[in-house]
Ligand binder design. Sequence first.
Ligand code: HSE
Length: 418
Amino acid sequence: MKIAIMGYGTIGSGVAEVLRVNQDILQKKVGEPVELKYVLDIRDSIPEDNDKLINDFSIIKDDEEIKLVVETMGGIHPAYEFVKACLESGKHCVTSNKALVDACGSKLVAIAKEHNCNFYFEASVGGGIPVIRTIYHNYAGENLTEITGIMNGTTNYILTNMREKGADFDETLAEAQRLGYAERDPSSDIDGFDTSRKTAILLSMASGNRCRHEDIYTEGIRNISKLDFLYAGKLGMTIKLLGSVHQIEDQYFAYVVPMVIPKSDPLFSVDGVFNGIRIVGNCLGTTMLYGMGAGKLPTASAVVSDIIAAVRHQNEFQGIGWSEKMISIEPMSSNAFSYLIRVEGTYDDIVDDIKEFFLNEDSVLSPIVLDGRNDEFALVTDIMFEGDFMENVKEFEAKTGRRIFHFIRTKKDNSDDI
Ligand code: HSE
């Protein structure tokens, strides 16, 4: 099969490298050579070190020999127009572009179906971790009740370093940028939007329907401090940025927030730039996928796995159940959590107020106090709906004159009797 790559940045050149290094393995696995014919780079000045480089998309679209196109340009335009035109010409398309998949994925799957070809996007979530195919193929017979993951290597690297070095956010981000682990403009990672797009794609895969990442409540990690880690550490817990989806009958919950998690959670040990995705199914129980969620070759490896699928299914649409029906996500206020809260002052004279607003009648206050600090303490609240919690914070502050300096969600509870 002759193929083209559109976009010759880190991932595109990684795909070319994997195809070259593993060409014999690939040929054996799919029964025919996979030959790279063109590399499209639409930047004004393109490097001239590659005889396959072109800068005119129509050469790819009009070349009937090209049966498969890899899109690694990033962004929505012109990636969408190019992929759409290729699918309409019956060319299989493979992408690593989460913005494109999040915004247009269900539409592109429908166009692929209409033209009896395939649109694959394994590399758009979790880099080298095969999470997309696992959900829509391997777990097609499951009622997936929860998918929760660490899906952003940059923020996981920063949080891991804050915990290990006892450092604050700003200095850790600056060091991550100096070492090349964080972008110069890190907003998409640290404000949670990268995770939110990936979470939307996973919810789409699990539900078989469309959702908007803009509807997913998203908080990043800018407000996490070394004090938060000290309190979490006293509980034997740590803090991770999680993207989470829950399906309860026909209700969908999704959010991206930093959470305090216990050692017993398999995501606890996912450190540094690694990603981990925990999937819960009604028959499956809990499973976790772990690996490199970013990087040139891991991501290229996922793209190549899609190329193999396309060669194997070159004469048929391989059903990805992704309808264009839009699902609605329940408001954040209807999720129930317990919260690690940091309260101003000492606790002796406000025990009753704490109990009134944050604990159940029969719960005992177990304050967490850091050595040498009497300006604040922390506690873990009982489980309550987020809407009630927000009201309680306001009322507690008004009644006691004490501030809640910060809160981080811990356990999520899906039971009816809260
Ligand atoms: N910026 C992303 C990360 C790259 O840090 O994980 C992969 O989407």
